[in-house]
Design a protein around this ligand. Structure first.
Ligand SMILES: Cc1ncc(COP(=O)(O)O)c(C=O)c1O
Length: 381
């Protein structure tokens, strides 16, 4: 048996999504830019998918730009803000995904921008009073870029509050919503946000496809140059089957959002409860209030162990697939910039468990047994 609890890294493709994509690998293969019937069929599928995605967010179809995924969408929002929209200062947080942090570093190296980071509270949440004072202390055109749900520790950001602060201080607002898109509802008419990011493979869609919501009226130019696709905002032949699959995945997710959330939250509580029974000294990295956290992510700080990240390898050998941080830090248990930002105790072992609607309690029982075995925990029945 093998159990997959690494859904924050990527999720399995939903069978309904694969089924929706198949015709676009086979008979409907036309280039959406072609004028003939094959092309027109493909164009219709792309625009229908855009309509579905925009509908899920209460956005306009013209506000959805298809990209290759979360990384590209975040690059597009950040680079365009500085290059096209006159942003001279970016306020972000130290626990953003590297595709945001490294892009900000690049912008700081290549453009005359100032970068400031918001202080964090103990559980990794943003100190919004600090954000407010940063916003108030300067009049230069500012972009605030903060993620909605953290991929490593599951801390959530109050997008409504941040949006109001940005609006009150005339700042643009970008949120990396890769971990929460299709897991939480969004209404862009209510949120005072300028950019949101989606990536299909985090919600049972295919890899290599995502989108950027860019509010109407923002005059942004492409960062990938070539043809006039995506209303001249992103060149390149559209990833037709990816776009169709992403729309299907998003539609499915929003149809079953509350039921899936309840199921996953129960799994998260179940795993934490059982691990707490076995270990004297485990802690949650991130928020302990599971009702107000990213329900798909549980990051546990285990007592110090000389085997360190070898523990992840041992769990893998036992058939349990989990992560030590984000997948992009290749499973290192103590190399995570997120854990380092919230914890001084570098010798403890952090493991991220991340769940999907497909996980079951039986799988968690298997996981618990393997964790106890690898950590040499004896539990009395
Ligand atoms: C919070 C966050 N942002 C961005 C990304 C990058 O998305 P993609 O893999 O679609 O490029 C990830 C992926 O791990 C993520 O977790």
């Amino acid at each position: 048996m093998r159990v997959y609890l690494d859904n924050a890294a990527t999720t399995p493709l939903a069978p309904e999504v694969l089924e929706a994509m198949m015709p676009y690998f086979r008979e409907h293969f036309g280039n959406p830019s072609a004028q003939h019937s094959y092309g027109r069929e493909s164009r219709a599928a792309v625009e229908q998918a855009r309509k579905v995605i925009a509908g899920c967010l209460n956005a306009k179809t013209s506000e959805i730009i298809f990209t290759s995924g979360g990384t590209e969408s975040n690059n597009l929002a950040l680079v365009c803000s500085v290059r096209d929209l006159g942003v001279e200062r970016i306020i972000s947080s130290p626990i953003e995904h590297h595709c945001v942090l490294h892009t900000i570093d690049w912008l700081a190296d290549h453009h005359q921008i100032k970068v400031e980071y918001i202080n964090l509270k103990e559980d990794g949440s943003l100190d919004l009073e600090h954000l407010e004072s940063l916003l108030q202390e300067s009049n230069v055109k500012t972009l605030v870029s903060v993620m909605h749900g953290n991929n490593e520790i599951g801390v959530l950001c109050d997008l409504k509050k941040v949006g109001e602060l940005c609006e009150g201080n005339n700042a643009l607002f970008h949120s990396d919503t890769v971990q929460t898109m299709a897991h939480f509802p969004f209404d862009v008419e209510q949120l005072k946000v300028h950019f949101l990011t989606g990536s299909a493979h985090k919600f049972h869609g295919p890899k290599g496809i995502g989108f950027l919501y860019a509010k109407k009226g923002l005059s942004i130019k492409p960062i990938i140059h070539g043809g006039g696709q995506e209303r001249n905002k992103r060149a390149g032949t559209e990833n037709l089957y990816g776009i169709v699959g992403m729309a299907k995945a998003m539609q499915l997710a929003y149809e079953h959002l509350e039921d899936d959330k309840a199921h996953i939250l129960e799994l998260k509580r179940y795993l934490f409860q059982h691990l707490s029974n076995g270990f004297q000294d485990i802690r949650v990295n991130g928020p302990e209030d599971f009702d107000n956290s990213l329900y798909t992510v549980l990051n546990i700080s285990f007592p110090p162990d000389p085997r360190g990240s070898l523990l992840l390898f041992n769990l893998d050998m036992e058939g349990l697939c989990v992560s030590g941080g984000s997948a992009c830090t290749s499973g290192a248990s103590n190399g995570s910039h997120v854990i380092n930002a919230i914890s001084q105790e570098q010798d403890r072992v952090s493991i991220r468990f991340s769940f999907s609607k497909y996980n079951t309690k039986a799988e968690l029982d298997f996981a618990i047994e393997k964790i106890f075995k690898v950590f040499n925990v004896k539990v009395e029945c």
